[in-house]
Design a protein around this ligand. Structure first.
Ligand code: FAD
Length: 480
């Protein structure tokens, strides 16, 4: 019998999955395989929140495969050895997968592809994760882009006609003798129960992704252009973790939006939304062409930036949402509780860490890596380097977000802060973003005792801003 291996990685879906489609077309029997190999991620093995997501997503994928007559085979170990082992066990002659773009994955996949082909196997890989491959969008002389707007224009000028591959209605059964590890034995779930908030908020898996998209198009996309900046409104799609794990693809999203909203009044929202997917594409373009940026600044002047030695107490206060700056604390607690944080607030908490506390952006990137359910090397690197001012098309160094003004503008009633910082739930809107300015009587009637049940700011916003600007000025003066 003609047998194919389908190596699932972060393409955990059945609809619009080109590798699955190819396997089903070319073989009579398909073995869907997932290999747990965290040591192959070059220092960026999945963090705790991502592992939680992966567990539930694999569970959902297995359930979907079982409905079609198949099942997921789970193994653990070095990918190359496991693949060879399964080839020996099953006699498979073909292996298909969808591509990843992290530098470690690219290196590993290239080596595996070559060595399996040398052994006479048919090995093919596909794009399931991006609108365009990172190498398909390039400047006149073939160089990669470093600025978003021309990149996005160039991408859009290419043909964006997609056709979506339907989910199969049947997948042939996996040979009985091909055994699988039990999902629980991978130990992806936390040993102490801190995942209650995530359980309540998310439905990992393809079904969850499709219903999230459906809900977003119905309820929020029309107002997306204005609401996307408001953490006090549920105005964004929350599709980031589903996209990261490939439970839905960007091509599917664009097509669904176009089909449902053509000529509708929601057009502006959908253009603005698709542009954000463009930032995701751009992040992957940068990661592919400048892989060193996962650890080093794109703007090499920043190699000499005078970061503070991380003050453990301040770093902890930031991580735990106890800085005494309400918007920062609300964001960090939302992150801890749900594994997600609103984009506007991500920018504010990141700016506070790298500019007001002047702690290296990698400390922040690592914390996000461990706690975000959508932790994604391309987007996280872009986000942190953008805020730090050292990335491609980054915010200029003198842009230091003022968390009080940001709060007053984007959370004007203080509802977002009240939701995540219950100590301040009775503070009037006027003072909720800067309780240290509230008169004693207001603090008392709101039940707030600064320094006792809610911290005083761990740093003075004005002085730390000036110090950061001074440090950035010195950097410019070095002229390097
Ligand atoms: C410091 C920092 C770190 C970040 N880390 C990550 C990360 O690890 N993973 C991640 O997916 N996003 C990251 N982002 C980008 C952005 O905050 C999230 O993609 C977004 O908040 C996810 O929520 P959503 O799905 O509701 O987004 P929506 O507003 O609904 O946007 C739709 C999709 O577009 C993409 N997108 C939106 N904004 C951006 C952006 N600025 N950059 C790249 N892609 C974007 C995401 O895939 C998102 O799901 C980071 C941003 C910052 C400032």
């Amino acid at each position: 019998m003609n047998i194919a291996l389908l190596w699932f990685r972060r393409d955990l879906r059945l609809t619009d999955n080109p590798a699955l489609n190819r396997a089903l077309q070319s073989a009579e029997c398909v073995v869907p395989l997932f290999i747990q190999s965290p040591e192959e991620e070059m220092g960026w093995a999945m963090g705790s929140a991502s592992r939680w997501w992966l567990h539930h997503s694999l569970n959902a994928l297995d359930a979907s495969l079982r409905k079609l007559g198949s099942r997921l085979v789970i193994r653990q170990g070095e990918s190359a050895s496991v693949l060879r082992q399964i080839v020996r066990e099953t006699g498979a002659k073909q292996i298909f997968w969808n591509r990843l773009y992290e530098p470690a994955a690219i290196e590993r996949d290239k080596a595996i592809k070559q060595s399996l082909r040398d052994d006479g196997l048919l090995v093919e890989s596909f794009n399931s994760a991006l609108l365009k491959e990172p190498w398909e969008v390039k400047r006149g002389k073939g160089e990669p882009y470093k600025v978003f707007t021309p990149y996005w224009k160039a991408l859009q000028s290419q043909s964006l006609e997609y056709s979506i591959l339907p989910a199969p209605t049947k997948v042939p059964p996996v040979p009985l003798e091909t055994n699988s590890l039990d999902l629980d034995s991978l130990g992806l779930l936390p040993t102490i129960a801190w995942d209650g908030g995530m359980n309540a908020f998310w439905q990992p898996g393809e079904e969850g992704a499709l219903s999230r998209l459906d809900e977003f198009i119905d309820a929020s996309i029309g107002e997306y252009a204005t609401d996307r900046d408001r953490p006090d409104h549920a105005g964004t799609s929350c599709l980031a973790p589903h996209l990261h794990f490939g439970e839905i693809g960007p091509q599917q999203i664009v097509l669904e939006i176009r089909n449902r909203l053509e000529l509708s009044s929601k057009q502006t929202g959908s253009d603005s939304y698709i542009r954000e997917l463009g930032w995701r594409e751009f992040a992957h373009h940068l990661l592919f062409h400048f892989p060193y940026t996962i650890e080093s600044p794109m703007d090499t002047r920043f190699q000499h930036f005078p970061w503070n030695e991380p003050d453990v107490n301040k770093l902890k206060a930031w991580q735990q949402g106890k800085t005494g700056i309400p918007l920062v604390d609300a964001g960090m607690r939302e992150l801890w509780h749900t594994g997600w944080m609103h984009n506007r607030v991500r920018m504010v908490v990141a700016s506070f860490l790298v500019k007001n506390l002047r702690i290296h952006w990698l400390e922040g990137a690592r914390w996000f890596w461990d706690t975000l359910v959508d932790a994604d090397l391309a987007n996280n690197t872009l986000g942190w380097q953008w805020v730090a001012g050292c990335g491609a098309d980054a915010a200029p160094y003198f842009r230091i977000f003022n968390p009080v003004l940001q709060g007053e503008r984007f959370d004007p009633e203080g509802d977002y802060v009240r939701q995540w910082v219950p100590e301040l739930s009775k503070m009037p809107a006027r003072f909720i973003h800067q309780p240290w300015l509230a008169p004693a009587a207001i603090l008392q009637s709101s039940g707030v005792s600064l320094g006792k049940n809610y911290p005083l700011p761990i740093v003075d916003l004005k002085t730390s801003r000036e110090q950061a600007l001074e440090a950035f000025k010195q950097l410019g003066a070095r002229g390097c």
